[in-house]
Structure formats: C-alpha cells, structure tokens
Unconditional design. Structure first.
Length: 160
C-alpha cells in the first residue's frame, strides 16, 4: 500500500526538510569557526621569571589535570609521608603568584582566581592553605618566656 500525498503535503515535507538541512549546515559551519565567547576569557600574566623555568607540565595538560595532580600529591604526602615538590601546591603558588602582590588570589587577574572564576569552580584550597608563598623569616634568637607568680595571699586574712 503506497501512501499518496497531495501537492500541498509534499510542499510541507520539502519545506521542513529544507529548514532542517539549513539549520544543521549553519550549526556545523559555526562550530568550525572561531566564535567570540560571550564571557571574556581570563587574561592572566604568568611571571615565570621567579624560577626561570617552564611549568612542570604542558599548559593544556595542566588545565585539564591540575586538580588530579594536586589530589595525588596530597595523598602521597598525607597518607604515605612522601613529600616531593614537582606537583605540590606550595611549588605552584611560589611560581604563579602575581609579581604585583605575590598572591594567586585577590582579583580575576590573579592566576588561580581568574581561571576558577571563568570556569565557575570554587576555590576551597585556601580554607587550609596560604594563597601567598611563605616569606623567609630572618633568624632570631629564641625568646624565653618568663612567668611572674601571682602575689601571695594569706589564708584567713579576711577573718577577724
């Protein structure tokens, strides 16, 4: 049994197919060209002059896997007592802290905060860790704490 369509029905079918094909073609063309994002990507200056070295891994790898590396480093340090610097948070902060204020937080121009704000990811590292590299303290002589005993009171002094 063959389905017979009237001329009017054929026009509707052809019109719908044409719209579908045009929309799929437009989507494919737009996805292959560089689009302007509605949200501006963060412009973060990385001052590697502090260490004079490259990052420990390639940029694309770090963008995708830095949290896995930090969690692995945390497990190695906290559970096994193995401390290395290659993927440590302390090492990352010392390299990526801003040259203006020596911090990775503070505004969207700072290394960690800029990318995490852009990606809408919370930064909970700083609940326990410092967002600035620890400054070397000059060596000082240890201070000796002295305690002064409380004044002696006579027992029964209030009794007459």
């Amino acid at each position: 049994m063959m389905l017979r369509l009237s001329n009017r029905m054929w026009k509707w079918v052809v019109s719908i197919l044409a719209v579908l094909l045009l929309s799929v073609g437009a989507y494919a063309a737009s996805s292959t060209t560089d689009k302007v994002s509605r949200t501006a990507k963060p412009e973060i200056v990385i001052d590697r002059s502090k260490s004079g070295e490259k990052c420990v891994e390639e940029t694309t790898f770090m963008r995708k896997n830095h949290m896995k590396l930090l969690m692995h480093q945390r497990d190695e340090t906290m559970h096994k007592g193995i401390r290395t610097e290659k993927h440590s948070l302390k090492n990352c902060i010392s390299c990526h802290a801003s040259s203006k204020d020596n911090n990775v937080l503070g505004s969207d121009e700072h290394f960690c905060q800029g990318c995490h704000t852009y990606a809408a990811v919370s930064l909970d590292c700083w609940e326990c860790h410092a967002s600035k590299p620890k400054q070397a303290q000059p060596a000082t002589a240890p201070t000796v704490a002295t305690t002064v005993p409380p004044p002696a009171t006579k027992v029964g002094a209030d009794i007459k």
